[in-house]
Design a protein around this ligand. Sequence first.
Ligand SMILES: Nc1ncnc2c1ncn2[C@@H]1O[C@H](COP(=O)(O)OP(=O)(O)OP(=O)(O)O)[C@@H](O)[C@H]1O
Ligand SMILES: [Mg+2]
Length: 335
Amino acid sequence: MDAIHIQDLEKTYGDTVALAGIDLAIPEGIVYGLLGPNGAGKTTVVRILATLLKPDSGRAEVLGFDVLREPELVRRIIGLAGQFAAVDEILTGRENLEMVGRLYHLSAGEARRRTVDLLERFDLIAAADRAVKTYSGGMRRRLDLAASLLNRPAVLFLDEPTTGLDPRSRLGLWDIINDLVREGTTLLLTTQYLEEADRLCQRLAVIDEGAVIEEGTTDELKTRMGGSVLEMRVADGDRLADAAGIVERVARSTPQVDRELGRLTAPAERDGVSLVVRTAEAFDEAGVDVTDLGLRRPTLDDVFLNLTGRKPMQPEDEETPGDAPEPAGVGEGRS
Ligand SMILES: Nc1ncnc2c1ncn2[C@@H]1O[C@H](COP(=O)(O)OP(=O)(O)OP(=O)(O)O)[C@@H](O)[C@H]1O
Ligand SMILES: [Mg+2]
């Protein structure tokens, strides 16, 4: 049985089509990545699966339970850490977790034990008895994630879980995610960080404008990109357009141009080495100085760029969206 099954899911907000008919089948016991540019519909999918939002049409099941007809059963087996951490500011970290534990009907003793375990796992023990309003952004996110694990969910939704985490906390979370999968949890993860998807996800879907535009294992997606990628840097920014013209002519494909880095990339499906030589000669003839001319394996960045025509968001251009915060747990009474 699939952990998650989605069929022809549609959702519109006024004139905005958030989901234009999405189908997904996500096997049990893996980390599945949902990738896509801002506004693609990732959070909408997650909120529908977590029973926080009703679709206009289509079906969605989590471990065979229908999110529309059996929302209470779905809530019992899932955990959710939303895109915007939602924790109670006045309470301490420990009190927040114990409260979520009681909402999941754990006994007081069990809630206390589980809380300590999770505080340790997320490196929050030292801050456990401080009010959350004194926590940093990264600490809040870690607490929100800990809250999503209180009920030992079989299926866990993580909506951009590492946004705003420093590199060490990000690595820590990757370890936790790998542990959870080893214990049999299925994870649906949305992320803007392709390196993260590459490391963690066994399969992924790229969505754009509310539709799945590519689906498969990370290797399949990279293979579909073509065998390798021709990449070079142009020393003089004013010659970028000339360089792009040369690549277009020699490689017979339109290169992606990164103006800031002065970098050009183009798929090099076959005869990569000869292509490097011919490109170098053409640049030489045209008198355009290049550095770092070579071939490399495609990354998920290339896949993403090629499919959506947009660069994935980089950590430094994060904006704070104006959406309302989501409840951290999805147990009754928290929304
Ligand atoms: N409550 C709402 N009211 C109106 N429009 C909405 C609402 N929620 C989402 N949308 C719109 O639906 C589309 C999909 O939004 P969604 O939040 O699912 O995107 P996303 O892929 O999660 O984006 P991001 O990467 O920025 O988090 C967007 O165009 C968004 O503006
Ligand atoms: Mg989102």
